[in-house]
Design a protein around this ligand. Sequence first.
Ligand code: GLU
Length: 420
Amino acid sequence: MHAASMLDQALIRLDEAARHLDLDPDVLEKLKYPRETTKVRLMIRLDDGSRKSFMAWRCRYDDTRGPTKGGIRFHPDSTIEEVETLAFWMTFKCAVMNLPYGGGKGAVQVDPHTLSKAELERLSRAYVQAFSKIIGPDRDIPAPDVYTNSMVMGWMADEYASIVGEATPAVITGKPIALGGSLGRDDATARGGYYLVRRLARQLGLEPGARVAVQGFGNAGQHIARLLAADGYRIVAVSDSKGAIHCTSGLDVGKLLAAKGQGSLTSLAGSDGISTLPADDLVAVDCELLVPAALEDMIHEDNAASVKARVVLELANGPVTPEADEILAKKNVLVLPDILANAGGVTVSYFEWVQNRQGYYWPIEEVHERLRTMMEREGDAIWALAQDKGITLRSAAYVHALSRLASAIEAHGTQQFFTS
Ligand code: GLU
């Protein structure tokens, strides 16, 4: 990861999109810097009685369109640059989907696998104690991200409630259903990407039967494999941080989920025509659809040329570097960009927030139907924009989001208004 230049790299997309719009200079001045990033060293007591500290951040990148929204990740490689870049992407993701939110993100620099469950709870609560003045249902609304889950969100909501003295479920999304979570939030990231693939299947040449490789078998990777396999797509390879497996005739997703639950995908190798593969080789597997569903920068200038897929569905945030993007574009590989492709997660988070505020909970069918409608609406608009302007889907997604952000920024008055 090129941590120091990560935000600069992300900002290249902003400049690129700006070239397609007639923007007031105020817009870029507002969007090229994070508005505020708070850094706290969290201190918790470990089970053995000792104390340990962890760096933690929360960035509110831009709140022009509403309270800031975005997940909290627990990862040993997290940095302030990464948090600010992810918050920038959230700003654009929420605008792509027309959610009434700005963009935010948080992280704790920790490997959660080294903590006991009780230590993890203390760390989650310590995060909310440290950032309780920054978050709030009308200010900044966290959610799950890499290595955080609904239980962590439940602890955080509970800690917030005890600090402010009243139940405030809308302060955080991705909570357990029993604590005010929404039905359908668990598979929402994958489901949004799935609706997009199904909507654009004809244009993308991705009808059922097409071969799929999934990189990363966490929340997003597991659900996309399940949803696509149920429609007759063939999952030919999957990987996680420990390794990858491959099977040309297609893997049984039920068996994959069981093996992952027991700790190792690679335990399936050796039978049913399944072989192991170095995890790094997954991007080069012969298939029609490649789904990066792990971390940033997985497809980069040294491996982009080896991609054989016709389409890349970015369920992870930032899995393709700008250099790799150019290589893929030259090879006519279509990239369904993260700020659209994985926006199902934050969209159902928005539904959860709405339900919390209404105190009225929707059936799963309503969650799915609303998500499908929104993914199709924004997906169609971005597809049409890309065709119309002859630009990539990523550029089109940025132009689409930027025009919404620009309208909001310009509605406060531009230079012309104040000087004429
Ligand atoms: N962490 C997810 C993302 O990157 C979800 C954010 C949210 O639900 O607020 O989009």
